[in-house]
Design a protein around this ligand. Structure first.
Ligand SMILES: NC(=O)c1ccc[n+]([C@@H]2O[C@H](COP(=O)([O-])OP(=O)(O)OC[C@H]3O[C@@H](n4cnc5c(N)ncnc54)[C@H](OP(=O)(O)O)[C@@H]3O)[C@@H](O)[C@H]2O)c1
Length: 284
């Protein structure tokens, strides 16, 4: 289904490039079906060289020639680019935004017409085809639109569909911001290894692989993390001694608090975005 659609990507930075790469390498789309735009000609040249896709500095060309338009630009310029492209957006096109912290309501207030809109919150791991993404749909989207968006983001990792739009802030707090928490944990584990006498390189390599292996076990076996924890915790052994220390340090509560704080910050930023997008509209 996705294979037959012309996909336009506006912005070929980290996320835009990762999406082009994922779409082509997974076979979900082909070079001939992708067109992308960016402000930087150098970036476009490099993208063309790597993926053999059509490129242009003209965002309107992307919108005019695509069935699906994916906005992969910074949140700060979303309103400006949405307004620039708005005259060519209509119900025949599926519009997808991945701008962090920009709620569907802000996009709707900016475009001010009925459109098939989807918001996606991916994370940085799309760059290695292991992204964790969630999608939320606007009121005019069709079932097929959701399937198309899911196919795009499943090509660069795993994607879930949210029935309630307002859970996007929780997604931002959990999987959107999550890689930062895990980087901190891996860095701390590596520090611990160094403290116990390992070289920095070995400590970092083993901590990263430990996170990868634990995640793979969880995903592939589908066994509950509590049960997996129990299977590696022998009576009077080393793991339970370590776990007791983590519980004393409040790791579980700290992580819950971190996701809650990030979620609340996302709500705050989203409200600011809605106001800013609407103000821009009034000034016009
Ligand atoms: N990176 C993440 O982990 C992550 C996670 C979740 C969501 N997101 C969202 O994904 C979006 C893209 O993030 P990113 O990390 O890929 O950003 P990025 O690397 O800065 O990519 C954005 C690209 O858009 C280009 N651009 C600037 N103005 C433009 C215009 N008027 N028309 C077309 N292209 C333009 C930029 O060119 P210049 O560099 O020359 O300005 C840049 O190449 C953001 O909204 C972000 O919130 C990112």
């Amino acid at each position: 289904m996705l294979n037959s659609k012309k996909i336009g990507i506006i912005g070929t930075g980290n996320m835009g490039e990762a999406l082009i790469s994922g779409l082509i390498s997974s076979g979900s789309s082909t070079s001939e079906k992708i067109i992308c735009s960016d402000a930087s000609e150098d970036k476009l040249e490099s993208i063309k060289e790597k993926f053999n896709v059509a490129t242009t500095t003209d965002n309107l060309e992307v919108v005019k020639t695509s069935d699906i338009i994916l906005y992969a630009i910074k949140p700060q310029i979303m309103a400006q680019v949405l307004r620039e492209t708005a005259p060519y957006l209509d119900m025949s096109k599926l519009i997808i935004s991945i701008a962090a912290g920009v709620p569907l309501a802000a996009i709707e207030s900016c475009l001010n017409k009925d459109l098939r809109l989807i918001r996606v919150m991916p994370n940085v791991a799309v760059a290695v085809n292991e992204g964790a993404s969630a999608i939320a749909a606007g009121e005019h989207t069709h079932k097929e639109d959701i399937q198309l968006a899911m196919s795009i983001f499943n090509s660069v990792g795993k994607c879930i569909f949210l029935h309630e739009n307002n859970l996007m802030d929780a997604i931002t707090g959990l999987s959107g911001s999550g890689p930062a928490y895990i980087f901190l944990i891996v860095d701390a584990l590596a520090d611990a290894g160094v403290k116990m006498g390992l070289s920095r390189q070995d400590a970092l390599s083993l901590s990263s692989q430990t996170v990868l292996g634990a995640a793979k076990l969880l995903i592939e076996t589908k066994i509950h993390p509590g049960q997996l924890k129990d299977t590696v915790t022998s009576p009077g052994g080393t793991a339970i001694a370590g776990l007791h220390t983590l519980e004393k340090g409040g790791l579980r509560t700290t992580l819950i608090n971190a996701v809650e704080a990030a979620t609340l910050r996302s709500v705050e930023l989203g409200e600011m975005m809605i106001k800013n997008f609407a103000n821009g509209e009034k000034k016009k």
